[in-house]
Design a protein around this ligand. Sequence first.
Ligand code: UN1
Length: 512
Amino acid sequence: MPDAPASTAAPIAAQVDQLLQRLGVPKSAYADGELAVRSPISGETIALVRQTSSEEAKAAIGRAHAAHLAWRLVPGPRRGELVRLLGEELRAAKADLGLLVTLEVGKVPSEGAGEVQEMIDICDFAVGLSRQLYGLTIATERPEHRMMETWHPLGVVGVISAFNFPVAVWSWNAALALVCGDSVVWKPSEKTPLTALATHAIAQRALARFGDAPEGLLELLVGQRDIGEVLVDDPRVPVLSATGSTAMGRQVGPRLAARFARAILELGGNNAAIVTPSADLDLALRGIAFAAMGTAGQRCTTLRRLFVHDGIYDTLVPRLAKVYGQVKVGDPRAPGTLVGPLIDGAAFDGMQKALAESRAAGATVHGGERVAGIGGDGAYYVRPALVELPAHAGPALRETFAPILYVVRYSSFDQAIEWHNAVGAGLSSSIFTLDMREAERFMSCAGSDCGIANVNIGPSGAEIGGAFGGEKETGGGREAGSDAWKAYMRRATNTINYSTALPLAQGVTFDI
Ligand code: UN1
């Protein structure tokens, strides 16, 4: 794994150009287009990307639709071979693509590389899955009949992804979609088209090695919201996976529902952890620090609320405040940096607004200020904020996509669970405890109401094997592991009569 892969002195645009060339992206795609891409590390413009027009987007969806009609006839295990090759190409490109994630999003190198590893992991998962697209055989009430279900490819899978996991989210969808016999049309965030172009180039190499995949199996649409809307509204797209804010999901969900398309929604999170009196505090401290400050608080799984038992509050919270004061904020390329920049000025403003509201509500705020002297005026580095709130209220009830951790004192476990669940989102959650009863209750139907509930691990950093997603305003979608593949296929129930009689179900008679 590259540790400090690039000098902080190297001009970012030149580094990006070199990486894109090496990854096989044609210069015409990013040299003189309409969409300016900036690096949050310095705030400077690093590329001008050519945008897809809506006519081109419709043509791409048409190609993808045609590709699906051919691809669905290819046996699953053979489709898995394409994903195996994609995994190989990603392994070869891991260092370069990981560094490009760092330069375009500002993630520290181990997280940039970790994101590519997540892509490789889902490819491995999907290759195995390509031989396991099982249906059930079901007991039938009729003699000499057989009832079973068959899973068929669905069609074009639309993917709209966010800036914070600019390439992994595509891969969760694409790897499953490909083995399921679907084609994929991807609209990445307009803030991160470069990593998307690079991923597309990597995928083209896998397709070339595979040999006879239909043209249009993997399409990329670069642009703003209007291009995403083409994908949302096109009747040739039966399923759309959308990752982003709850506000975005509120727009996209009803539009998909209006045309009866499937939605896989991965929306906001307002993830919490409970630290109980029996917790291993050293472990909790490390778990909380990574979950709350990692990726500069810009994961949908980031820890945003912390409920600490009264009996350990005065031990844990001062230690946490010390870590917040010391953690190295800076250029992600510099060795030792743990917290890189916010994506842009709007993220900074949102953070400051939430902190001002917190202060007005009587909170004690540690950190949260802009760290000067790194990058240019257009780069936004902040010291992560630890906010001791007198009550679970105000800004803690909503997601602010920045490194703010709200801490609230609790004395009754029931109260902590109630506060835990008293927000709109329901993505991820955790408890730090060594008490088996508390841990089991937290994971039970009367505990956390989230799609992910962890014990002695923070809420972020999920691995690929489990289903990823959450409830309530998080949108209900599930991606990546477990049986998430079922959303990318359609199920047919088949009843076969191998007798000479025609018994009707429920004992109905119809003698002609
Ligand atoms: C996201 O932030 O959109 O569990 C996804 C995690 C990562 C994925 C986060 N594996 O934190």
